[in-house]
Each structure stands twice: as structure tokens, then as C-alpha cells.
Ligand binder design. Structure first.
Ligand code: THU
Length: 135
């Protein structure tokens, strides 16, 4: 793991400590590095009306966009599970809005990064703005 990856891990770890996950009991932290090198983090925020909850990745992406940035260079997801936790389907699509298939996706547990994959591996054939063109 590089120093850059460690900064992502630390940011996700801090965010995860603030997760609001009283219903699932499954706190998640996410951190992404934007193209400018800045790090944005998020945690899952659940709701008594269950479908209104949102994922850690969604929060991190929203923070990046609110800061005026539109390009993700790397993302890390941190959760405590026997298997490395991957972004959910919806968050894969949200990541694809701001990154290409080569995006590095680090999957981490509390002890550190367990696996590195790519957005292209997680979401082949992503729907994209190019599909919105009319024939
Ligand atoms: N969750 C995330 O925040 N990110 C993921 O990548 C997987 C799932 C959250 C959603 C929900 O609050 C809890 O984990 C259980 O699904």
C-alpha cells in the first residue's frame, strides 16, 4: 500500500467511525481521491424509513461534487466483513459517472486493504452518457 492509499484508508476509517447505521449495525466508510489529489470521505447514513438510507460511497461522491470536482482517481471502501466488501450496484454506477473502467477500487477491512480491483471489473458494460445519444 502506498502512502496515498494509506491516506485514503485513514480518511475512510475516520468517516466510518461516524457512520449512522443503527438498523443494519454495519458501519461503512469510503474515501476517494479526486483528480486534483484531494480526498473526500463519506459514511453510510441509514434512516428509519429504510430505503432512504445512503451508502458511504454516495456521501464521498457528493462531497467531491459539492467541492466543484468531477473526476475520481481512486476509491477505497472500508467495512468489517469476512469477505472484502464491494460497492453496491447503485454506487458502482455513481462511481462510473465520474471515473472510467480503469478506476482503482480498494476493498479494505479494519486491518487494512485486502484487495484492489477496478471499476471495469465490478461494472462491465456500464450505462454511460454516450448511451443517451439518439439514433
Ligand atoms: N453499504 C455501504 O455504505 N457501502 C457499500 O459498499 C455496501 C453497503 C451500507 C448500506 C447500508 O447502510 C449497510 O451498508 C448495509 O447494507
Amino acid at each position: 500500500m502506498t502512502a496515498d492509499d494509506d491516506a485514503l484508508f485513514q480518511a475512510a476509517h475516520r468517516a466510518r467511525a461516524n457512520a449512522h447505521a443503527p438498523y443494519s449495525g454495519f458501519p461503512v466508510g469510503a474515501a476517494l481521491r479526486s483528480a486534483s489529489g484531494e480526498i473526500f470521505a463519506g459514511c453510510n447514513v441509514e434512516n428509519a424509513a429504510y430505503p432512504e438510507g445512503c451508502c458511504a460511497e454516495t456521501g464521498a461522491i457528493a462531497a467531491m461534487v459539492a467541492a466543484g470536482q468531477r473526476s475520481i482517481a481512486a476509491v477505497l471502501v472500508l467495512a468489517d466483513s469476512p469477505d472484502p466488501v464491494t460497492p453496491c450496484g447503485g454506487c458502482r454506477q455513481r462511481l462510473a459517472e465520474f471515473a472510467g473502467p480503469s478506476l482503482s477500487v480498494f476493498l479494505a477491512g479494519p486491518e487494512g486493504v485486502r484487495e484492489c480491483t477496478t471499476l471495469g471489473a465490478l461494472l462491465p458494460g456500464a450505462f454511460a452518457r454516450t448511451h443517451l445519444a439518439r439514433g
